[in-house]
Design a protein around this ligand. Structure first.
Ligand SMILES: [Zn+2]
Ligand SMILES: [Zn+2]
Length: 357
């Protein structure tokens, strides 16, 4: 260990003098409880983080409802932002006091075939935060250094948190897509992930089409930067997209399989649907809709840490921000229940500085 790290190992003041921290953990399917846990040291290759904010994401249900095989009790949460307070052995490139973020992917191993090929998202030895090990619904979190993202000074912990999962997934899918500036990009659903998607798509220079059910979302979609709004409850969204010249890309949230199938023939030749959300019902499409214009559907799982850094930087540059409401840690079960009931009506806590709308 070099001299800098040796002095840096002096710990930040921890939340409680008795050597414990507060956490909200899932103890059985659907049941969350507030507990105190003893503080532990980070393992080699990991850091200990004092958590300042953690987003409540729909995928947290994977832990709380036991969709994934869970080793109870388990602390959910994979949109955590905080400050490193201790480095495990062998951690390089990170320092105590540094602001970091932890997303769904818990950090790649660096030695499997995928890692060696540069595909960090699909590392074979990667754990999922809040599923295989404790996540961010807590005052303290241990995380693998290889999965950390760096938080820019301009972003508060609260503003950065939702960008680490919802934001990163969207940004990564748009940036890696074949769509070029000026082409039509559809955003299916403008809820949790969708409202960020519209903003990112607008700021990346696409002609943005928001697709939702009902007229009431039209105004919000336009306010977020959509050039067009398609109400899929009153018109055929595929036909409406074709009327706009066809979409080069449609990004889809956890929409049902029918909603996705309806969109396929709204894609232009070689157009693509990228689906980011898990849905229980299958996507049913006609093979001829795929064959005859070389259309495709693919899945994308969040993004790698470097793309996470880029997401945060891009958000600062463009003013893209999530609509947020905040709750203290002891209210985490309420926040989760509200999100599951679809009642998390987010409000703006940060004004958007886009200037072009
Ligand atoms: Zn998430
Ligand atoms: Zn690996």
């Amino acid at each position: 260990m070099d001299e800098k790290n040796a002095t840096a190992q002096q710990e930040l003041k921890m939340p409680h003098a008795d050597g414990t921290y507060r956490a909200v953990q899932a103890v059985s399917p659907g049941k969350l409880e507030l507990v105190r846990k003893p503080l532990v040291y980070p393992q080699p290759g990991s850091v200990r983080i004092r958590v300042e904010a953690c987003g409540v994401c729909h995928s947290d249900a994977g832990t709380v409802e036991g969709v994934f095989p869970i080793d109870w009790p388990r602390v959910p949460g994979h949109e955590a932002v905080g400050v490193i307070d201790r480095l495990g052995a062998g951690v390089e490139g990170w320092a105590v006091g540094q602001r970091v973020g932890v997303g769904f992917l818990g950090g790649s191993c660096g030695h499997c075939e995928e890692c060696r090929g540069g595909d960090l998202i699909n590392c074979r030895n990667q754990e999922f935060t809040g599923i295989h090990h404790d996540g961010g619904y807590a005052e303290v979190l241990i995380a693998r250094a290889s999965g950390l993202m760096s938080i820019p000074d301009e972003l508060s912990a609260v503003a950065a948190a939702p960008l680490l999962c919802a934001g990163l997934a969207t940004f990564s899918a748009l940036r890696n897509s074949p769509a070029k500036a000026g082409e039509v990009v559809g955003v299916l659903g403008i809820g949790g992930l969708g409202h960020l998607r519209v903003q990112y798509a607008r700021h990346m220079g696409f002609e943005v089409v928001a697709i939702g059910r009902g007229k009431d979302k039209a105004e919000l979609a336009r306010k977020l930067g959509a050039h067009h709004y398609i109400d899929s409850s009153s018109v055929d969204p595929g036909e409406a997209l074709r009327g706009l010249g066809g979409a080069a890309l449609v990004i889809s949230t956890a929409s049902g399989g029918k909603a996705v199938a309806q969109i396929v023939n709204g894609l232009r030749p070689r157009g693509k649907i990228v689906t980011l959300g898990a849905t229980p019902d299958p996507i049913e499409v006609s093979t001829s809709d795929l064959l005859f214009a070389s259309r495709s559907i693919e899945g994308a799982l969040t993004g790698d840490p470097a793309t996470g850094d880029a997401t945060l930087k891009f958000s600062v540059l463009t003013g893209v921000a999530a609509m947020i409401e905040t709750m203290p840690i002891e209210k985490a079960p309420d926040a989760y229940a509200k999100m599951m009931a679809g009642k998390a009506r987010p409000r703006m806590v940060r004004t958007m500085q886009g200037g072009d709308r």
